[in-house]
Design a protein around this ligand. Sequence first.
Ligand code: F6R
Length: 609
Amino acid sequence: MIMCGIVGAINGSRVVNELLDGLKRLEYRGYDSAGLAVSHNNSILIRKAEGALSNLETKLDLSPVEGRIGIAHTRWATHGEPSIANAHPHRNDRVSVVHNGIIENYEELRACLEAEGFTFQSQTDTEVVPHLIASLMASGFSPEAAALEATKRLQGAYALGILFEGEEEFFCATRKGSPLAIGHGEEAMFIASDAIALAPMTQRVSYLENGDFAIVSQNGVCVRDENGTAVERPVEQSRASAESHEKGSYSHFMIKEIHEQPDILNHVFNVPVQKKQNCNMAYEDFESLSIVACGTSCYAGQIARYWFERYAGLRVDVDIASEYRYRHSPLPQKGAALFISQSGETADTLAALEHARLQGQTIISLVNVPESSIARASDHVIQTLAGPEIGVASTKAFTAQLAALARLVIAAGIARGTLSIRDARALKVELSRVPEIVSAALSLNGQIRAAASVLQNSQSALFIGRGVNWPLACEGALKLKEISYIHAEGLGAGELKHGPIALVDGNLPVVALAPPDELQEKTLSNIKEVQARGGQIILISDERTLSGLDFEPAATIAVSAELDAPFASDLVMPFLYSIPLQLLASETALKRGCDIDKPRNLAKSVTVE
Ligand code: F6R
């Protein structure tokens, strides 16, 4: 099973640079290995390398290839270890293939093809595809007819790019389940897993529908739908930016993205035209709201649940997308479902969206990539406006999601009559100050370093908080574990006594979020319970609380915000408290020598279930 990024190109001269440019912009889909194939002088030339794309570039420098038609791939492996043998393109003498998705019936197909005499070089599901096409070509099918016929025999999800030996006038592309965009250039045509990959080459993009089969040549594309009918898919002007993604003066994208947050939040809360973005839904008609997402995006949804229920009187369920559609939950007739996704391509979230649509829900999505599959499948799209997020660990997209959700909550509260205009205005005033307090929190370096030293050599850590700080604690734990490989768990502070406190000893750091809110007293007494059992507390709170403690934490991080409307505390604090959590995770990971932009085993966008 593989989830990955694919690119294909045909032009009048040389495609290798375009293929590499496309792959660079798709590395967020995986970086276990990369490879490309070009068809030239009647043979297919392939280069592959393990690890990041730069390794493939080095290999190409040592052993260059030329060609005006080619396909390429960046891989995230789940089926078959990351290795050269399992890297794409997969091939036989006649056909070469790149694939994003999973071929579910590959074992059965492989057994038949082996019986026919084909030998397999990899452990992947993908390798059946070139052999199946070659087998059909041997029985008399033309290359494109063989490719089409082969796809009819595949079960599962796929986006495929298919290159034929000796054929330099066209390649084939098809999709079912996995997304595929077609780029329409000047006497050049492209395919890619998304429009972002195509942005340096062309802004003119069309999208294949499920079951479409395309023959791509230098001057255009012929598409047939799943019934074999010739169709035209509309060409749209992509808004994906061609700007290259650079780190500037920062050492890592994650650090850069953490520091971009004040500007992003300022844009959302203080630039008039953005404030209006897409809040014109009939909130008053919704009986309830289901929020569905994965990982960090789901924690943003869990924080927003507190807000929607408190300020908009709207009952909210929050589900992780991979469970939502298996829960058989009866959904209300006038229900709305909100799907939150940075990438807009997460397979679980997309599948959950389709489930909700079948149940008659109004589909709202909150995405950072406006042309993504999730955005295109929604009734209402709200953009997070965070700009491209390159670091695998989500930081700025998370706070931008919170910002969009906060605005949505206020609009819903006004529309539903649960928030007076006066209170709504007070909330907006407090939110308008968020960029400034977030900016101040970014200069906590000394305290962060001291706290990271407490975590640095630990095997495990707990993160605790109450109210909105519970999902925020879970997000802090997720950040730490994904980039530093320290096991971490986020808990509602009140749950500690129901089991997890058994873990506490002198080797267990407990990161506690205790802002000065109505739950602070209770959180502080949970912290003292940990302290009394020898746990090492890293306490994140305001200066006043920290200076009045009657115990001594192992480390403290002071963040402060003076609020004119104290009832806005749970709306404002998650922005502020996100910052030390992000900095703590990145600092700890750097101290441990981890690659914080590309943590092991992860990919930025999870395009298989
Ligand atoms: C964690 C992280 C992941 C994503 C999750 C959902 O830092 O980035 O947990 O939040 O994979 O991804 P999107 O938001 O693209 O649907």
